[in-house]
Unconditional design. Sequence first.
Length: 231
Amino acid sequence: MKTASLLPLCAVGLVVLAHPARASLAFSHEFKDVNLVIPDGYAVGVSDTRNLAFASGPIQAVQVTLEIVGGYTGDLYAQLIHNGTSAVLLNRPGKRAGDPLGYADSGLNVTFSDGGANGDVHVYRLTLGGSHATPLAGPLTGTWQPDARTADPASVVDTSPRTAFLNGFVGGAPNGAWTLHVADLSPVGEATLKSWTLHVTVVPEPGEMALGFALGLLGWAAWRRGKKTSG
């Protein structure tokens, strides 16, 4: 398990809505070159834990970008854990009554969002190719909804209930340890957790909101001055 010390705020985006009380701040923490080998056919798997600092205030939304190379997507189980809450990102994609092994595609670079335009990642072949039997030409990409199935990976199927979405983090405190756990539940084909990115949107406390708005205005003013100078 890798553990990072408290990190400074990074890649901060300011989103100002129509009313100050509804303003939000978006943060992205990218963890490159994690390069954790996921033990083949080993339910314990691997975990990467990061202790992070965001603005204080409740979580409004969470998204996760996950890059895995090698192995088979149908073997994989992945979950995001924070403050006792877990969201299931992958639970043996493609596994169903007619296919106990799941999809045999290799690798993925996917952003998980509860509103993901491509829909349920568990049946991505059906979505992309119209058939569970149509393999991908390369790694899975795009923005998908989390698998969200809490069923045992040994018995999960496409009709299993979906309850562990990313919205389980909404309203909670953002600061502290965030853990990505990934396991390979079937032998043959070794995968590696290459990198991952955590995107968190919070509703900051009034003082932090005002500071963020001021910084946004300063950045805009600097951009305007640069445009005038270059013109």
